[in-house]
Structures are given as C-alpha cells and as structure tokens.
Design a protein around this ligand. Structure first.
Ligand code: MG
Length: 305
C-alpha cells in the first residue's frame, strides 16, 4: 500500500463508522479513569517544618500526608529508615537519588559500572522500604559529553537489565524530566515515558521503570500539564509538588500564582493513585503555617480539577 492508498483507506474506515466524533467518544470512555484517582500527598524531609528528622516526620503526618520521600542518605539503611517512617504512621514514597554525577551516562566508560552498582543498591533499599521507586536523572547539564541521541541509545543498552532488577526488588526506576536550566537531555514527561516504554519492551516486562512529573520543571517545558500527565498514563510513578518559575520561584504550592488545576485534571483522568510529594522552598515566615496552608490549597485545587 502506498502513501496515497493508506490515507484513502483510513478515510473510508473513518466514514464507515459514524464520523470523527464517534472516535472521540469511544476513546474518552475507554481511558477516563477519574473515579479511581486519589490525591495522596508526600513530602521530602527538607520542605517539611520541624527540626529533627523525627519532628519533621511527625509534622508530615500531622498535616495529612501519607508518606515521606527520603534522599540518598537512606541507601543501605532501609530497615532503619522504614521504621522511622512507620513510627509516625507514614509510608516511604520514593528515594530521590539523582544522577550520581551523570556517571551512568558518562563518556568515560570506566565511570558507568560503579554508577549502575550504586543505583542497584538504592533499588534494593527502596524495595526494603516498600517504596515505589528510585528517582533517577541521566545527566544534569555539564555532567556528560554524550549527545542526546547517544544518551538515549545508551539508556536502552543498560536500562533493561536494571529495570528487571528493580522489578525483582518490587520497585521502579523513575526517570525525572528536568527543565533546560538543569538538563538538556530529558525535559518532557512524554519523552521520559517513551524511554520507559522502550526499556520495558526491550526487557519484556511490564513494570520496573516509569516516569515522573515535577510541576516546577513542567512549568517551563510543558505546553499542557494535563496533556503531559495523560501522555505518561500508566507509566507515571511519581509527582513533585512546587510552585512554578514565577517569583517567588519553586516555593510551596499556593505561594506564587501557579495553578495546579490543569495538571491535577490530567492526574485524575489517568486514575493516578501514586504520590505527589513536596520538593520546594518556603516563602512563609512561619514554615509550619505555610506547609499547612499549602496542603489546604492543593486539596482545594484537586477538588476544582
Ligand atoms: Mg523534582
């Protein structure tokens, strides 16, 4: 079939049904999962009010969050950090691990395996803590000399085995797209989702890697926050909560003018039940009051979406 025949045949098939609107209705009904969606809030330790880790965990719970997001300090200490969360009635959402200086995607081949080994240790810890995944950034700006094309190809070489490893640990590698100020490789949620999809296909598995969306980065890179989350669909494993680029930049949601309604609509549409986790600064003079207000703001935005 040549190109003209293909389009001709498509048009006939389309007209053979009841027109374009019938397609739209069928697709919408088949994929609309709004009834399943839940706003489940988590917080990194840094953005939470309080002094000690124990105090912060208690505040996270007090204001209605379900989980804590740890940084790399928990790696190798899964039982201990899981217990700290459980003592306050919290789950562990994810480990925010980062890029390991871009080593896994370095042009210096000798740096790659130590990076892979450390990511495996983080995945084991995530599994021990019952966490949904380990957030991984292939490379921040300046951390590799490889081109975007080379990084994507390289990821498809080593990620299938890592995704299988993650699945065996009962967790996921979670690719985090960043804004161009921080990374030129992997800036949009749909791009991360397509990498995750290709890795899953190559590995022949259905979970072990996914993507996340960070409202702060998305404010620069996405033309539609709703569209971005819908593009990720079932591959969306985590969300970071922060105000956008307008001043005061990247603060508690509600402290600048950015609305979350459009993005939350997308999360509702895909029936998202993962965590949305605070990763942001705070403008309020009273951090505890600011945290409380921000959670109230987010719940109101969710209701509006
Ligand atoms: Mg983030």
């Amino acid at each position: 079939m040549n190109r003209r025949d293909f389009f001709g045949a498509s048009a006939v098939v389309g007209l053979g049904l009841t027109g374009a609107s019938a397609f739209a209705t069928q697709t919408t009904e088949a994929t609309d999962k709004r009834a399943d969606a839940k706003l489940r809030i988590s917080s990194q330790v840094g953005p939470a009010p309080g002094g000690s880790l124990e105090e912060k965990l208690a505040k996270i719970k007090q204001y209605g969050c379900e989980a804590v997001e740890y940084g790399g300090e928990c790696v190798g200490k899964g039982k201990e950090f899981r217990q700290k969360a459980e003592n306050e009635g919290l789950k562990v959402s994810v480990i925010c691990w980062g890029s390991h200086n871009g080593d896994l995607c370095s042009e210096d081949v000798s740096k790659r395996q130590p990076g892979v080994d450390d990511l495996k240790r983080a995945l084991e810890t995530a599994g021990e803590m019952g966490a949904n995944g380990v957030i991984y950034v292939p490379a921040f700006n300046g951390q590799t000399k490889l081109t975007n094309q080379e990084i994507r190809k390289l990821l498809l070489e080593f990620m299938p085995d890592l995704a299988k490893f993650a699945k065996d640990c009962g967790t996921n590698i979670i690719l985090e797209p960043l804004c161009r100020m921080e990374a030129y490789f992997l800036r949009q949620v749909a791009d991360g989702a397509s990498i995750a999809r290709d890795v899953l296909r190559a590995a022949g598995i259905d979970s072990g890697i996914g993507v996340m969306g960070d409202f702060y980065h998305m404010d620069t890179e996405e033309t539609s926050q709703m569209g971005a989350f819908i593009s990720a669909g079932s591959l969306l494993r985590h969300v970071h909560l922060a105000g956008g680029v307008e001043n005061p930049r990247r603060t508690y949601p509600g402290e600048n003018s950015m609305t979350f309604v459009d993005g939350f609509r997308g999360l509702k549409y895909i029936g998202y039940q993962g965590f949305c986790s605070f990763e942001c600064g705070c403008e309020a003079a009273d951090k505890e009051e600011g945290f409380k207000k921000s959670i109230e703001f987010l719940r109101a935005q969710w209701d509006e979406a």
